[in-house]
Ligand binder design. Structure first.
Ligand code: ADP
Ligand code: MG
Length: 594
């Protein structure tokens, strides 16, 4: 059978490039099948979308490693990395590319583990000489290299002993990590930083660990904050628990404050063994908040922080196309809480000073009724006490937060110390003016977009709502349409541009300041989700409810349904609800229901 496809490809040698389209569909190659779901229109277009399908019985993955959704994420991640490694080993990584994960383990569309089959999705640059088909080269890629790589990467029977152990260890690590994460709340913790963790990265543009021989100082644990977890594997880990409430991280410049906070920020995702942050685990709903001047804001209640603007604007439903540093930080914070954040992570380096604090002298010079901003230092306790939202804050430049802190951690040459008692003593000395009054945060409400409020200002095609992927139900060719895109005449789909931008209609949504977005495939999934939301928002559903529905669907069905294509859904990785809402909130044409 393998010879059939090879013979066809060789027969196409020298023909014009679009003849490759005849290859649409599934080709049986003995113990696996190759499905060509989309053929690029020319050699310079984005590469063709191709899948390998293997029967579950042939892959023979150990059933005890596939018990839960997290298990399947871990196995899918392992197989994706292994497929990528095998491509490199075979020298095929220029012709065939898979969405190789970074340091995080995310649910992604690159490997689908269905009960009956394993399906791997990747892209193939179909070879050309000028605009003519190179049939022999294509035959070698699709019928020799690809099956060889797929067998080595996916057939458990072909794994050597160290690889089998590595697969098991990958699953066991994720089970332990997610168990620890899930226990944080009952232990009253926001985050956990394991003893010996390596937090610094190799460089500003690398997510790889700084090596110890290059000076990385492993994380040490202050005794007063020591926490210990017994994990499902039988392993016990100890580390520093960051408690609920208000925690302030202080220390001299360059002593590692931001590095610690960044690790906690990334700890919402699990990291692979050897990353150094495997045991840095944060509640899944902790959100990093920063100033982001220039962002658009639509109908956000920033009145706990900003009132009486000189323009007379109502800050209970604040909108702007160009927010200032402080208003953008207030909006980011309120949106994080709208999406359900239980903890905020804030670094002085990326904050607007006037949003964070106001000192005594300034309070005397500018009377409160002339200053629209109530600084965060005055709101950090109400936020916790009224709404249960904790804060972890880096503040090396001001002691203003000592009065409101439950815990103060000092970093000294990267070594943390609990200095809560000393900081308290200093705070009591100058007995700060306590703010009195009733509650400042309104009950949790989520904005309700208008019907079509996420529209692109283009006409929606009549069948836009009917489009959706029809996914194959098995390895055979039957379930797989001949590559049709299934797309109606709806508006052009939203598209990610790298990690930090989404092209949505004529608008570009800037996500560069959304720092907990870590993978371009998450951005792509958010782009797809915007298309879904734009069809489903009915003028009555709040954003929080819409996010709940999306998350339920991710839990139940994975990610493939986000794609308008049949078969290969493109490169998708699961985003958090916070980053989804961040994209909606930054869309400049967002319209709310009245
Ligand atoms: P701060 O925010 O306190 O000014 P940073 O977190 O930016 O300090 O860290 C300053 C530098 O020290 C960075 O280059 C960072 O990579 C490095 N660094 C941070 N933590 C460690 C550590 N544990 N071991 C070695 N270097 C570190
Ligand atoms: Mg810093």
């Amino acid at each position: 059978r393998a010879q059939d496809l090879a013979r066809r490809l060789i027969g196409m040698d020298g023909r014009s490039y679009p003849s490759y389209k005849q290859l649409h569909g599934t080709h049986e190659l003995g113990d696996l099948a190759v499905a060509i779901d989309h053929v690029q229109s020319d050699p310079y277009a984005p590469p063709s979308r191709v899948c390998v399908l293997v029967d579950a019985e042939d892959a023979a993955l150990p059933q005890d490693l596939l018990e839960t959704a997290d298990d399947r994420i871990a196995v899918g991640d392992f197989l994706t990395r292994r497929f990528a490694a095998q491509l490199r080993a075979a020298g095929a990584d220029r012709d065939i590319r898979i969405d190789e994960p970074g340091q995080q383990v995310l649910a992604r569309s690159s490997v689908l583990l269905a009960p009956d089959r394993v399906e791997v999705r990747f892209e193939v640059a179909l070879p050309a000489a000028g605009r003519r088909i190179k049939g022999r080269a294509a035959a070698r890629i699709l019928t020799e290299l690809l099956p060889e790589v797929a067998r080595a990467a996916l057939f458990h029977g072909e794994f050597d002993a160290p690889t089998r152990d590595a697969l098991r260890a990958h699953v066991v690590l994720l089970r332990d990590q997610e168990h620890l994460r899930a226990s944080l709340r009952e232990r009253g913790l926001i985050a956990f930083v394991g003893e010996g963790a390596i937090l610094p990265r190799r460089s500003g543009d690398s997510d790889l660990p700084l090596e110890t021989r290059l000076g990385a100082v492993p994380f040490a644990v202050p005794e007063s904050l020591r926490a210990e977890f017994a994990l499902p594997s039988g392993r016990t880990v100890t580390g520093m628990g960051i408690p609920e409430g208000v925690t302030v991280i202080v220390g001299g410049g360059y002593h590692g404050k931001s590095t610690l906070l960044r690790a906690v920020e990334r700890g919402v995702y699990p990291h692979i063994a050897g990353d150094g942050r495997e045991w840095v685990l944060t509640r899944p709903d902790a959100v990093s908040i920063r100033a982001e001047d220039g962002r658009a804001v639509t109908g956000v209640d920033i009145s706990p922080f900003i009132t009486n603007l000189p323009t007379g604007t109502d800050t209970r439903a604040f909108s702007t196309t160009n927010a200032s540093g402080s208003t953008s930080q207030a909006a980011n914070l309120v949106e994080a809480v709208e999406a359900g954040a239980s903890a905020l992570l804030i670094d002085e380096d990326t904050s607007a000073t006037n949003f964070m604090i106001r000192d005594e002298r300034m309070r005397r010079l500018i009377p409160a009724n002339r200053e629209p901003i109530t600084p965060f230092v005055d709101r950090i306790r109400p936020l916790y006490e009224e709404r249960g939202v904790s804060t972890v804050l880096v503040a090396g430049g001001s002691g203003a937060f000592f009065d409101v802190a439950d815990h103060v951690i000092a970093l000294d040459e990267y070594v943390p110390r609990d200095v809560t008692a000393q900081a308290r003593a200093l705070a009591a000395d100058d007995a700060g003016a306590a703010a009195a009054g009733g509650p400042v945060f309104a009950a949790a409400v989520s904005r309700v977009p208008a019907r079509g409020g996420l529209g692109r200002g283009e006409e929606q095609g009549p069948d836009a709502a009917g489009r959706g992927a029809q996914h194959r139900g098995g390895r055979g060719p039957a379930g797989r349409g001949a590559g049709g895109s299934g797309r109606g005449k709806g508006p052009k789909p939203a598209r990610a541009r790298g990690l930090g931008q989404i092209q949505y209609g004529t608008e570009t949504i800037e996500l560069g300041a959304v720092v907990q977005l870590v993978d371009p495939s998450q951005t792509e999934a958010i782009a797809r989700a915007l298309d879904v939301l734009s069809r489903e928002l009915d003028g009555e559903t709040s954003l929080a409810e819409a996010l709940d529905a999306l998350e339920r669907r991710f839990d139940a069905e994975g990610l493939d349904w986000l794609s308008p294509h049949r078969g290969h859904p493109g490169r998708l990785a699961r985003p958090r609800r916070h980053e989804l809402l961040a994209a909606v909130g930054r869309y400049r044409r967002l319209k709310l229901a009245d």
